[in-house]
Design a protein around this ligand. Structure first.
Ligand code: HAM
Length: 425
């Protein structure tokens, strides 16, 4: 039987990579323009890292972790997100000691969710995590960095920012108690999920999509009224900075996050363009996590963007997305001159390091070789002359126009440099 990829785990084929690489190049450029450094942590960690940081009573820990024991019986998990690994690595390597690292990562994450458009079991997250800074200035910069990414990718018109503050764990605990007191006598109106959460994780009820529950929440106590002075000042400071920067946001008092580690500022970028999976980016402060995982108290904040969702958005506004051809030059030669062709290809690559050169292999009539050149989208076919490897001239054929030109071997590099320069936008 033919083996297929696992459900929710998608192959990225060469024809997808053009767009992915374009998006990744912009990500890299924007991240470095803000002075953030890349970090790569393992895809597999000890399971308790996620259970302890993300929280026991969350969907991720309860139902979505890929859990398995290694040969020594140690319980491992595929990472469902990147924050916990960054914190673990930072503590382990002393990155937070007298330093305030600003990190970014881009890599695959794993969650055992029901797959649909924009929701996968292996998906990519671009994330940033900043340690040691209390904010709200850094909170504002992270949001600004999001805005620059949206602009650079042309999707700024497609996303909206939702903002809320969860306050300190103590403030939130008092609020949760009051929410439970309000909802308990009404629990027969709650759906099964919310009723269960009433005991395990009442804050997540605010996130319910159930209309009856949402109606009940209209008269429920509001988290904002339970925030102390420090939390209020932090949040007001952030809002003032965003106002000053002209960043439009919506204060969303029902916004909570699916992970338990958040404190204070939280935010999400949502879109109407992707159907049910409308969150493109989520983030916020998690000031308690470093200490919780064995480090010294370290204020922390970050965000993650779902890269597949971002790419779907870019395609939405630019359906025929096309960057330039992936091959500049296709080298056509006779089978008598294999050595000459390999030598010339190497010479050109060494003289023109940015040249993308593909050689014809497997022989074939010239007509057939030209067909292959067209199929790979080459700009120029270079023909090593027919039957006479010693001939001093080669032929350039510009595949878009069909124009041909004879060029002396000694001038090939200069001619190529010229032709490709005049081709580039
Ligand atoms: P999250 O909200 O769970 O946050 O995920 C962030 C983003 O990842 C989502 O907004 C969504 O775009 C994408 N995403 C999540 N699950 C899937 C999936 N199954 N398929 C495709 N895309 C998905 C976090 O993961 C936090 N670590 C964010 C963070 C970083 N907070 C502070 N620092």
């Amino acid at each position: 039987m033919q083996i297929q990829s696992l459900r929710g785990m998608v192959d990225l084929l060469p024809q997808h990579m053009e767009l992915w690489q374009h998006v990744e190049a912009i990500i890299r450029r924007v991240m470095s323009s803000y002075g953030y450094s890349e970090i790569r942590t393992p895809l597999v960690e000890v399971a308790s890292l996620f259970q302890r940081s993300i929280g026991e009573a969350t969907d991720i820990t309860e139902k979505e972790l890929y859990l398995f024991a290694d040969r020594n019986g140690i319980q491992l998990a595929l990472r469902p997100e990147g924050t916990a690994g960054c914190v673990r690595a930072g503590i382990q390597h002393g990155l937070f000691y007298h330093k305030e690292p600003r990190l970014w990562y881009n890599g695959p994450m794993f969650r055992y969710e029901r797959p649909q458009k924009g929701r996968y079991r292996q998906f990519w997250q671009l994330g940033a995590e900043v340690f040691g800074l209390k904010g709200p200035d850094i909170d504002a910069e992270l949001i600004l960095l999001n805005v620059q990414l949206w602009r650079a990718l042309g999707v700024d018109g497609e996303v909206r920012l939702h903002l809320n503050s969860l306050g300190s764990p103590e403030e939130r605990a008092v609020y949760c108690q009051s929410l439970v007191e309000y909802l308990t006598p009404l629990q027969h109106h709650l759906d099964g999920d919310s009723r269960r959460r009433l005991h395990s994780n009442p804050l997540r009820i605010l996130d319910s999509k159930n209309l009856a529950v949402r109606e009940l929440l209209r008269s429920a106590p509001k988290l904002a009224q339970f925030l102390g002075r420090e939390s209020q000042e932090h949040f007001a400071g952030l809002c003032a900075l965003l106002d000053g920067l002209g960043i439009v946001y919506r204060l969303d008092e029902l916004l909570v996050r699916g992970l338990d580690y958040y404190t204070g500022t939280i935010f999400e970028w949502v879109t109407d363009a992707l159907g049910a999976q409308n969150a493109v980016c989520g983030g916020g402060r998690y000031d308690g996590v470093v200490e919780q995982l064995g480090g010294s108290p370290t204020p922390s904040i970050g965000f993650s963007i779902g890269v597949e969702r971002l790419i779907l958005l870019v395609e939405e506004i630019n359906p025929q997305f096309k960057t330039e051809a992936s091959v500049d030059l296709y080298l056509i030669s006779t089978s008598q001159d294999q050595l000459g062709a390999l030598r010339l290809a190497e010479l050109l690559r060494s003289q023109l390091p940015n040249l993308r050169l593909m050689s014809n292999f497997g022989g074939g009539e010239f007509k057939q070789q030209f067909k292959r050149a067209n199929r790979v989208g080459a700009k120029i076919a270079l023909v090593l002359n027919e039957g006479n490897p010693e001939e001093e001239q080669v032929t350039f054929k510009f595949l878009a126009t069909g124009l041909e030109k004879k060029v002396a071997r000694a001038n090939v590099v200069a001619e190529l440099r010229n032709s490709l320069k005049s081709e580039s936008p």
